[in-house]
Design a protein around this ligand. Structure first.
Ligand code: ZN
Ligand code: ZN
Length: 285
């Protein structure tokens, strides 16, 4: 978490003109870094992890982290305030969520990704919030917990034939894509900080194959190296960064947060990101 704060400072130096609108992300990183409850870790062996992956099951789907509502309350509360600040129209639904949380009707388990992607809809049902806001609140709340929980399993994910468009560690949809050495594509998870390789000509969001459904919007000038990688079949997109072209890029999560102007372009094209950042939730005039 300390590395993320350091990397954020460096990224902001490159994005000075956006610094004011990006300020809430700095506060989010501070909250994550200040999160103090004991960090528990999954103790599965390499063999046990690989057995799960061979069945195409993300680890946290079978071994979720133990979650205590009190431990993550401050993280959720802070994220809710930020969502209310970027679009006050969500305030009544956020109030209902706070009520359901206090009454114990909704707990942190409801924020966990499932075997096939995001939550079961119980948060939306209890609060009236839209799925996009719930997705953001979920990772803003659970990232420190999931990152610590899944950390010991990272080294076991070598030469695993995964092939799914969700995170092999926690089950969330990808938040960002990197193009690395050899032109290979790596998807990044905002929920747990995991990463996994994925075929270049396949949509990770709907599985459609082949270049005819790809819609690639290449950024230029000072954003050279960034691409909006969209899909004509499902209208989903991810931002992608070619690390060979931009060796000084930051961690994928921060690169996603720090390029909201590219999301504006993608939205204008009618594309949707599977996992919204805070600024993707802002009310559009
Ligand atoms: Zn993950
Ligand atoms: Zn698709």
């Amino acid at each position: 978490m300390t590395e993320l704060r350091q990397a954020w400072t460096e990224l902001l130096a490159r994005r000075r003109s956006l610094a004011a609108s990006l300020a809430p992300y700095g506060e989010m990183l501070e909250r994550w870094a200040a999160w103090t409850p004991p960090r528990r870790s999954l103790s599965w062996s390499a063999q046990r992890c690989r057995e799960s992956w061979a069945r195409a099951v993300p680890l946290a789907a079978e071994a979720p982290p133990p979650l205590d509502a009190g431990d993550v309350e401050d993280l959720l509360g802070g994220a809710m305030e930020e969502v209310a600040a970027v679009d006050p129209a969500r305030a009544p639904a956020l109030q209902r969520l706070a009520g359901a949380w206090d009454a114990g009707a909704i707990g942190p388990d409801a924020l966990l990704p499932r075997r096939d992607g995001l939550g079961d809809g119980s948060v939306e049902a209890a609060s009236g919030l839209d799925a996009r806001a719930v997705a953001f609140l979920s990772y803003a709340t659970l990232r420190p917990v999931l990152e610590a929980w899944l950390e010991p399993a990272r080294p076991h994910f070598t030469e695993v034939d995964w092939g799914r468009g969700v995170c092999p560690f926690c089950g969330a949809p990808p938040g960002f894509a990197d193009v690395v050495e050899g032109g290979h594509r790596r998807l990044a998870c905002h929920f747990c900080g995991g990463a996994w390789g994925f075929a270049k000509l396949r949509c990770p969001l709907c599985g459609v194959e082949g270049s005819k459904d790809l819609q690639r919007l290449q950024a230029e000038g000072e954003d050279a190296g960034y691409v909006i990688s969209g899909c004509r079949a499902c209208r989903g997109y991810l931002k992608e960064l070619d690390r060979r072209e931009r060796w000084n890029g930051g961690p994928p999560l921060l690169e996603d947060w720090a390029s909201p102007h590219l999301d504006v372009v993608a939205r204008r094209e009618g594309l949707r990101k599977p996992l919204p950042a805070l600024l993707d939730l802002a009310r559009t005039p």
